[in-house]
Write a new protein. Structure first.
Length: 650
């Protein structure tokens, strides 16, 4: 009776063992399958990542190769712009893709990776226009690169679009305001800093290598002399609003941008002005870097961007401006006054003094001469003919006398130059009563060896007392100082100044060029630039269409003055002082309600950002870049290649 039960139990045990074995077999196969699948997916993922990495490496490789090659080509001495343009076109075209899978080694690029053919990079498109469809300078191209990597049959292609080449104009011209450093940023007290005191109005982007310091006060300064002749300054701080920084007229950004090297500080107390603008640290000021609303009425946004530090050697440019003066075709004219003259086809060297012949011959001629030769055969002798070199023209040395050369009336020169230390003045002194304009046009180059003065130098604030002057042409080089004072000036010219620039008691506007175009006043100075007392107590500003660059300090006032700069400013320290509203002279009963008398002028006491007109504005004009190129007569030298600027990557 017990045997059948035992047999049944043994059968169940065998069946259970078989089922367990089958189950383990299935689990083992499944585990192996999942493991192998994971390994395969990991291999694919790794291949894909490797292909992406090598594709990216191809882009970096070709852009670094181009950047290095261009820098090595221009060398330490630089390269003429026309030669650089030709080389850039030819070089980039040699890197254009000739078909899918083209190897970089066929394009003059060598790399150990290329022997394994791990990536391929080339140029798929070259354009003369930027991402917005605007024409690029001829020294730049928009280039689209394509890089393809193949790893175990997996293809990965990437594209990147960049701006390649060099700036045809100084980088400073790309900003409304640029406060730049040179070297370690310690040559000038306050170097790299931007001071915005009171209601300064700026439209456009800024680049500041140092700090930005703002205030809700503008300042007027007066001076007096003590018994020993020393000048004593008195500071008069006037309540206003904090600066306004908004995007430029052609910008699509919601806020203006500032490339900032250090911090933003603000203050609202009366302090010693001279010490303040030379400070290197700002302990005791409010640090507003992380709360810009404390420092501005309308604030920009801080962006992270590697600043391009560029030094423009104005001194060298001025010293090269007189290279043409000793050419044989230059006319030497002994004359101190040039009025209503037409030298549009002449290169004129103007001097005051006399010429004396030297013993140095500068022009020879050949003559045939003869001499008697004693001889026995034939007897008694004969005449022998031979050629001799005879001086046709001796060098004339100029012995200069003291004196100033004046230019007035409607006068035109192809080129005009003087010796070093010779001062030149542009005025209409002989015609002021009849108010006939002086119009000076320089077709190519003007070189002033000493100081250049434009205007009659009056201290009057009344524009009716100013000389009416038009100054146009191309390039003016001044080896001394430039003073524009007592002038109602219309201009369209570039001026390079080896000394200081002073612009006071003037009304300055860009020359009307027709077709809706306005001329420019572009000044590059090696020393300081001071702009003050322009359109004083006037409701209409002096509208200066131009750009001011200084390798020193820049200071401008819009307190009593009323100035609007359409263009931009760049210097190693910039100080701008302004208030808002109307400024008047006191009437019979004083300044009246709502005004405060400060040193003989009436300033509004409640200044509002929305209702009160501004008295100091800087409005960035991208057209100044094009005007600079149009006015430049001397061919630019490309000395530095810009790092590739990425526009798009996919």
């Amino acid at each position: 009776m017990m045997r059948p039960q035992i047999n049944n139990e043994q059968g169940y045990t065998l069946l259970l063992a078989v089922l367990i074995g089958v189950l383990f077999s299935i689990l083992t196969v499944t585990l192996i399958t999942f493991t192998m699948s994971g390994i395969s997916k990991n291999d694919v993922r790794e291949d894909n990542q490797q292909a992406t990495a090598f594709s990216q490496k191809g882009l970096s490789h070709i852009t670094n190769y181009i950047y290095t090659n261009l820098n090595e080509t221009i060398g330490d001495e630089g390269m003429p712009q026309s030669a650089f343009i030709d080389y850039l076109d030819d070089f980039l075209n040699r890197l254009v893709c000739s078909g899918y899978g083209t190897n970089l080694s066929n394009r003059d690029i060598e790399s150990k990776e290329l022997n394994e053919i791990q990536y391929d990079a080339c140029i798929s498109e070259i354009s003369d226009k930027d991402e917005n469809g605007e024409e690029l300078p001829p020294t730049q191209k928009k280039v689209t690169f394509r890089s393809t990597a193949i790893v175990d049959g997996i293809h990965k292609e990437m594209e990147s679009t960049m701006i390649i080449g060099a700036q045809a104009v100084p980088d400073a011209l790309n900003y409304a305001i640029g406060s730049h450093c040179v070297g370690d940023c310690d040559d000038i007290d306050g170097e790299g800093n931007l001071f915005l005191h009171g209601g300064v109005h700026i439209e456009g982007d800024l680049k500041v290598d140092g700090n930005i310091i703002t205030s809700n006060q503008g300042i007027m300064r007066t001076s007096s002399r003590d018994w020993w002749g020393n000048i004593n300054w008195q500071d008069h701080w006037i309540s206003s609003i904090r600066p306004v920084i908004i995007p430029g007229p052609e910008s699509n950004n919601e806020k203006a941008r500032v490339v900032l090297g250090k911090d933003v500080f603000t203050f609202n107390s009366d302090i010693n002005y001279a010490n303040h603008i030379e400070r290197k640290n700002f302990n005791g000021y409010t640090n507003a870097t992380n709360n810009l609303s404390q420092a501005f009425s309308i604030a920009p946004e801080i962006v992270q961007r590697e600043p391009l530090r560029e030094y423009i050697d104005v001194n060298e440019m001025v010293h090269n401006g007189d290279e043409w003066i000793n050419k044989p075709e230059v006319r030497r004219i002994n004359q101190s006054n040039y009025s209503n003259v037409n030298h549009s086809n002449d290169m004129v060297f103007a001097y005051i003094g006399r010429e004396e012949s030297s013993n140095r011959c500068i022009e020879w001629r050949t003559e045939t001469n003869r001499r008697w030769v004693w001889s026995w055969n034939p007897f008694p002798g004969y005449w022998e003919y031979y050629d001799v070199e005879v001086c046709d023209k001796y060098e004339e040395n100029i012995i200069e006398n003291a004196g100033e050369i004046t230019l007035e009336g409607n006068s035109t020169f192809k080129r005009f130059g003087t010796s070093n230390n010779r001062n030149v003045k542009i005025t209409d002194i002989n015609r002021r009563n009849s108010r006939i304009n002086t119009s000076i046009n320089i077709d190519e180059i003007m070189y002033v060896g000493g100081d250049l003065t434009v205007g009659n130098e009056t201290d009057s604030y009344d524009p009716a007392d100013y000389d009416i002057i038009e100054l146009a042409g191309r390039e003016i080089y001044v080896n001394g100082n430039l003073t524009i004072k007592g002038a109602n000036l219309e201009s369209d010219v570039i001026i390079y100044v080896n000394g200081n620039v002073t612009i006071k008691n003037t009304v300055i506007n860009g020359k009307n060029l027709g077709n809706g175009k306005t001329g420019s006043l572009i000044i590059f100075a090696d020393k300081s630039i001071d702009i003050s007392n322009n359109s004083v107590n006037q409701n209409t500003p002096s509208r200066i269409h131009g750009y001011f660059y200084s390798n020193d300090v820049f200071e401008m006032y819009g307190v009593g003055s009323n100035v609007e700069v359409t263009g931009g400013i760049s210097a190693r320290r910039i100080v701008m002082n302004a208030v808002r509203g109307t400024v008047n002279y006191p009437g019979q009963y004083g300044c009246g309600t709502g005004f405060k008398n400060v040193q003989g002028s009436c300033y509004q006491t409640n200044q509002n950002i929305n209702t009160e007109p501004r008295r100091l504005s800087v409005i960035y004009n991208p057209g100044i870049v094009g005007r600079f190129s149009e006015l430049t007569f001397s061919e630019s030298i490309i000395r530095k290649v810009d790092p590739p600027q990425i526009i798009n990557r996919k």
